[in-house]
Design a binder for this molecule. Structure first.
Ligand code: GLU
Length: 334
């Protein structure tokens, strides 16, 4: 079930877009004309990392409105799945999405099994590494993944990328997602207060670090909390080309009970678009992002490690020709 707030955001996007249908169709043609091109980027919950990242991308592009005539708005959404689907329907022109979701959508697997391969999905770049993060209350008795048995756990809303990762990890740990765990399907934004209020024992959130949601959860106003290691995932990593081993740097969350970095799995956070979006629009976005890399990196600590080389890692959909044009110009692609 898609939570109500999510539906409200979707309809807001629809309203905003309804008034911009004509200029947006203009984006698909090579005639740039005089009218501004309205594009929207889908992100995630406001306390995640996608939202500030999308905001930083939009600021870069809007600053050059005189040059490109592009007006980019930022939408808070349900996450990766929602963003990919909205980019495919044309409701959004750009979306931030986990690399596992990009892979699955392009190949028509997981949630895209019924709809089939999303062949018009295009990659722009990778941005940073995000990690499957499991946060549990100290008093919940959850020390290892198998302790999730019988516990109330938020695995994330239906439009999130988080949800699929949570279910994959639960299964890889030998638990039955339906019988063993009492799962909730709420947005990540709600997890911290739910945990502090004692309404859940733990929550999953696939996200870059540090981020506001986890800081709020670890602040421990009522309950102290810790991260649970996600280990024993070798087989899952082996059969999934997009997962890699990662570790949550514990110094980012000094109030969590853990003393050491927390091993887990991660994937790239990527920027996606559609083949239907004009080359010059994608070119402008790619160029502004990488020509201003220094300042872009400073907009969020999760972006600190971004390099032009990392930009091309972890992409499984074809790279959009507008982005390819820029990468060729700077010698990143032949
Ligand atoms: N990876 C999350 C998702 O796709 C979103 C993380 C974020 O908003 O930073 O659901």
């Amino acid at each position: 079930m898609i939570p109500k707030r999510h539906v409200r955001i979707v309809s807001l996007v629809a309203i905003v877009l309804a008034s911009t249908v004509i200029p947006m169709q203009g984006c698909g043609s090579s005639d740039s004309g005089k009218k501004p091109k309205f594009v929207a980027i889908g992100t995630g919950g406001v306390t995640g990392v996608y939202y500030p990242t999308g905001g930083a991308i939009a600021r870069l592009i809007n600053k050059k409105r005189d040059v490109y005539g592009i007006n980019m708005s930022v939408e808070s959404t349900g996450g990766s799945l929602f963003n990919i689907n909205a980019v495919m329907t044309g409701d959004l022109q750009f979306g931030i999405a986990q690399s596992d979701r990009q892979y699955q959508a392009f190949n028509g697997i997981a949630e895209w099994k019924a709809a089939g391969p999303q062949r018009d999905l295009r990659a722009v770049c990778s941005l940073y590494t995000e990690m499957v993060t499991l946060v549990a209350a100290d008093d919940s008795g959850i020390q290892t993944l198998s302790d999730l048995s019988g516990k109330r756990v938020n695995i994330g809303n239906a439009g999130s990328g988080t949800r699929g990762n949570a279910l994959a990890v639960i299964e890889a740990a030998g638990l039955d997602r339906e019988k063993d765990v009492r799962t909730e399907g709420l947005k990540a934004d709600e997890s911290a207060s739910m945990l502090q209020d004692g309404r859940i024992d733990a929550f999953f959130y696939t996200v870059g670090h540090p981020n506001g949601s986890i800081k709020e959860a670890t602040a421990g106003l009522r309950r102290s909390v810790h991260f649970v290691s996600i280990t024993g995932m070798e087989e899952l990593i082996e059969r999934s080309p997009y997962y890699m081993k990662a570790a949550i740097p514990i110094e980012l969350y000094p109030k969590a009970s853990n003393k050491e970095n927390v091993p887990t799995i991660g994937m790239a956070t990527t920027l996606v678009t559609s083949a239907a979006v004009a080359d010059e629009v994608v070119y402008a976005v790619t160029k502004e992002l990488f020509e201003n890399l220094e300042s872009f990196r400073k907009t969020h600590p999760a972006l600190e490690g971004l390099t032009k080389e990392f930009a091309l890692e972890g992409l499984s959909a074809p790279i959009h020709p507008g982005a390819v044009k820029y990468y060729r110009e700077v010698g990143l692609m032949k």
